[in-house]
Design a protein around this ligand. Sequence first.
Ligand code: SF4
Ligand code: SF4
Length: 227
Amino acid sequence: MSCGYENLPNTFAGCRLVTGLTFVGYFIPVRELVVGFFTFNTSFVVTFWVLFFSVITYANAGWMRSIVCIHMCPYARFQSAMFDKDTFIVGYDTKRGETRGPRGRKKDPKELGLGDCIDCNLCVQVCPTGIDIRDGLQYECINCGACVDACDETMDRMGYAKGLISYTTEHKLEGHKVDIMRPKLIGYGVVMVAWWGCSFYCFLRYNPWDWMLSGIAASCSKPTVTA
Ligand code: SF4
Ligand code: SF4
């Protein structure tokens, strides 16, 4: 079954040069860069970095895609340390779904000894990282919600209530109340407020607009597109 991701490489092939030029445009005047690049008047170093960022963008976003999420993204590794049982996740309601198994639409699953999962496998087919969320929380999950939509459609077709797979918490799935005032969350809140406070202090004290304007003035005074 196609989930629409097959066309992404072509889409990103069109965007990669724009990304490369934009990245390099942070460091040298972008108008001269674009004109110079397309008239072959940029230096070797500038041309190299434009092509480098273009190829990297294509490789990451257009070709490797979920490989980056599963094997390279550091966030997936440390986010599990930040999670607890009240963290908002995409989760499968095992109590309601099991025992899974196919059945006719008009059959009563209770009479057959089945739960609400009809084992259609749609949630696995639409998953961009290829996992089965029914096996529980996994670090590969990027919380895209594609399995939630796919399963809700199946539930609709079967005439069951939606939400067999949903945005939820582990505590909620176990039938407990979600605890909002928990030490981890308060700790993260304190760190965020301290971070914003420091940023605001620096913003007022060092006036970044002066830096930005002097940076633009300096870059505009450069006569040629070289690095
Ligand atoms: S989409 Fe829903 S019903 Fe189908 S296999 Fe997944 S959990 Fe079961
Ligand atoms: S939320 Fe997305 S990545 Fe996570 S299991 Fe569902 S489809 Fe896969």
